[in-house]
Design a protein around this ligand. Structure first.
Ligand code: 17E
Ligand code: FE2
Length: 410
């Protein structure tokens, strides 16, 4: 395949991209080759695929079953999921997850990390998602997190279920320290997360401090342990919304540890805008972690959707542009350079959190995974929330969006 007249981020002019054997062979202003499979993108921006670093694919499309979340709180969501979870079958989980992945592909996503609830004695969702992971292997990279929704130490056999799910093939060990019964359980649960990750050589992705409680300080425990064990680059803290409520002095002390530890942070802007602030009157806290401060303090941050129509969040489309849109508003990231940089939050930074290094990027010698967006540059992409026109996976077309211009009758 020869991609002609591409624009590349942070590069001037037009580029030709020659792909051979599923790899980027040559990327240059002019390329001599006889390939007859030509895709002329007419000056549109070519990017590495979007990364979705945090979603719960086992829960998608269950909003309203058995009831809609009326309070809009995390806690009512967990209670509703507890009921819906009783009805899970492998087929139910697989068909909903597949539906979401198809939708994500239409939005240019090719790298996904999904949490999978393992506080279920039958581990139905994990069994189903491991099959999905195999089935989609040629279409998207799918990482699975063994996620103990109801707690590791606060749920009967939580620890052994977590370990069992990891043995079955999960890629990451999860946790939920802010939801454990006590602070001590929370700290102890994180120790267990590291033990299991080390024992089975897995990455770590913990739901950490997803609560509007300035006293919820498990992130420092996660980061300190990651630092001590040298596991920071393979460790992610998801949500981290309590940081919104930390006093500034403590937050700045924490930034140093986060930077030293090299852990990654995933923020979920639409989800946590919706879930947080629910116990406030006025003013209501925004409840998103400090994306801008983290970036400015050298911490790797990325953004994620978390949900598509589940007990926690009743809408969603799988489009990462919604997250950028929400994030740049809620985190005050609309300085011109900040807007351009915000594209990293759904591309490079997510890839770094997922440890994709050698497989990610529009660079010679890497797998030819890329998207073409209906915009000339990053600013237009963000301003216009432009659609993805093509998604190419290892040199093969994965998704093509018919280009329909609106007709005006003026
Ligand atoms: N579970 C949880 O603890 N938090 C969330 N935001 C979701 C599930 C979606
Ligand atoms: Fe989550």
């Amino acid at each position: 395949m020869l991609v002609k007249n591409a624009r590349l981020r942070k590069q001037e002019g037009f580029w030709q991209i020659h792909i051979q054997n599923g790899m980027f062979q040559q990327i240059a202003p002019t390329v001599v080759c006889e390939d007859t499979d030509v895709l002329d993108v007419d000056g549109k921006l070519v990017l590495p695929p979007f990364v979705e670093p945090h979603i719960h694919l086992d829960c998608v499309y269950t909003a309203g079953e058995p009831r809609w979340n009326q309070s809009g709180t995390l806690f009512e969501g967990i209670a509703l999921w507890e009921e819906r979870k009783q009805q899970l079958t492998k087929e139910d989980v697989k068909s909903r997850a597949w539906k979401a992945i198809r939708t994500q592909i239409t939005h240019g996503v090719q790298f996904i990390r999904s949490h999978v609830d393992v506080t279920d004695p039958s581990l139905t969702a994990m069994r189903a998602m491991l099959e999905v992971k195999e089935e989609v292997a040629n279409l998207v990279d799918l990482q699975l997190v063994a996620f103990p929704q109801d707690g590791i130490l606060s749920f009967p056999n939580g620890l052994s279920l977590l370990e069992e799910a990891v043995k079955m093939g999960a890629d990451c060990v999860g946790g939920i320290p802010h939801y454990e019964f006590t602070r001590d359980y929370g700290v102890e649960s994180l120790k267990k997360v590291f033990e299991i990750a080390q024992k089975y050589d897995k990455m770590i992705d913990v739901h950490c401090d997803e609560i509007d409680d300035g006293q919820s300080r498990f992130l420092e425990v996660l980061a300190a342990e990651a630092y001590r064990l040298g596991m920071g680059a393979r460790t992610t803290a998801s949500h981290a919304v309590a940081m919104h409520s930390y006093n500034n002095a403590y937050a700045h002390k924490l930034f140093r540890l986060l930077r030293l530890s090299k852990i990654n942070i995933v923020s979920c802007p639409t989800e946590n805008t919706h879930l947080q602030g629910r116990f406030d009157t006025f003013p209501k806290r925004r409840g998103i972690t400090r994306v801008k401060d983290l970036m400015n303090n050298g911490v790797n941050v990325c953004i994620a959707q978390d949900s598509i129509m589940d007990p926690w969040y009743p809408i969603g489309t799988g489009n990462p542009m919604r997250e950028i849109e929400m994030c740049i508003h809620m985190c005050h990231l609309m300085g011109y350079e900040e807007m351009l940089q915000s594209l990293d939050l759904v591309t490079e930074n997510g890839a770094k959190a997922l440890n994709l290094a050698d497989r990610y990027g529009v660079e010679e010698g890497k797998p030819a995974n890329f998207i073409v967006v209906d915009a000339d540059n990053a600013y237009e992409l963000i301003r216009d929330m432009a659609p993805v026109l093509y998604s190419v996976r290892q040199g093969k077309m994965l998704m093509k969006r018919p280009h329909a211009e609106p007709e005006l009758f003026l």
